[in-house]
Design a protein. Structure first.
Length: 328
């Protein structure tokens, strides 16, 4: 794909949830489980680790503790391969994507997997996944740098899972939540004592049952501690606010509620969340992997890549014709 289309097109494809799902199926991973995301990104990372400089394509991050090493991996790759890019800009993009989907989008899915891909020109894509403790279902979040005008206003290329009912989500990156983002930032820059007084007054009110987030979930003691930090930093906008270390889901939820109840800036409850079978799945679904067919496919593609590198594109052209034959 890099030879035919360039690394930037590979990033674009990774940001497409249906293409990504199909890729996982072609690789023979679980066709319809959370494991497809982790195994597919892991396979890509492992498969290109000795070819990254040649391809101009780099893969960082992964599951659990590996995801937390993403910033260091980005810096190492940029330095080792002497890339003419700003590594810290990529580190910031990785951090903000993770922060948005863990704190600014509160949809009941806990982020546990973060994969960051970038090319030699500084273009990037993110594939990260969260798990719902109540349903046991996963949700995948796709990002693409060329589509991100703002990290806090409709930044996703796609969010893939079943949608949730209205009212079950706090979506602070929805376009219609702009007023609440502004108010949240202003409240975070206020004297903490004033904000805590407002919360204590609100906790004494008899709120209507239709409110989706309870004030009992907000601890003034906890909030006071983080508000001291935001007050000292004086964030200029919502992106700077959620970028502050320590500002997580509880802080964002509390500020959003204050903005809604006290200042009349409504929050958004809109859920941001849309295959194919080639070799079967390793879990036997929809059918067991045919190892001979799988190995044969690998050999065909390997030979096509080797010949394309040598300038012999006959096999590559044959695969293109086959792809057009199966278009629908």
């Amino acid at each position: 794909m890099v030879i035919e289309f360039g690394p930037q097109e590979v990033l674009r494809k990774l940001s497409d949830p249906y293409w990504f799902q199909a890729l996982g199926c072609v690789l023979g991973f679980d066709w319809h489980s959370s494991g497809l995301t982790t195994t597919t990104t892991g396979a890509i990372k492992e498969g290109i680790k000795d070819l990254q400089s040649e391809l101009g394509l780099f893969a960082c991050g992964g599951k659990g503790a590996t995801s937390r090493r993403t910033p260091d991996e980005i810096r190492v790759d940029a330095d080792r391969h002497a890339l003419p890019i700003d590594a810290e800009r990529l580190v910031y993009a990785s951090r903000m994507a993770a922060k948005v989907d863990s704190a600014a989008v509160q949809d009941g899915y806990q982020i546990y997997h973060h994969a960051f891909f970038f090319d030699k020109h500084g273009n990037w894509a993110v594939v990260q996944q969260g798990m719902s403790e109540t349903s046991g279902m996963a949700r995948r979040y796709h990002w693409l740098s060329s589509g991100v005008e703002s990290f806090v206003v409709e930044p996703h290329a796609a969010v893939e899972s079943e949608g949730k009912a209205d009212g079950a989500v706090l979506n602070m990156v929805a376009r219609e939540a702009e007023d609440n983002r502004k108010v949240s930032t202003e409240v975070a820059s206020e004297n903490p004592e004033k904000v805590i007084r407002e919360i204590e007054r609100m906790r004494e009110l008899d709120l209507p049952r239709r409110h989706n987030v309870s004030l009992e979930d907000i601890s003034p003691r906890y909030l006071s501690k983080i508000l001291v930090k935001t007050y000292e930093r004086q964030p200029e906008d919502f992106e700077q606010l959620i970028g502050i270390e320590g500002v997580g889901a509880k802080t964002v939820r509390a500020l959003a509620m204050i903005g809604d109840l006290v200042y009349g800036a409504p929050v958004s409850r809109r859920d941001p969340a849309a295959y194919s079978f080639a070799h079967g799945g390793k879990d036997g679904t929809p059918y067991p992997v045919n190892r001979r067919g799988y190995d044969r496919s690998i050999e065909i593609v390997k030979k096509a890549v080797e010949q394309a590198k040598l300038g012999n594109t006959e096999t590559a052209q044959a695969i293109k014709r086959l792809a057009r034959f199966y278009e629908f």
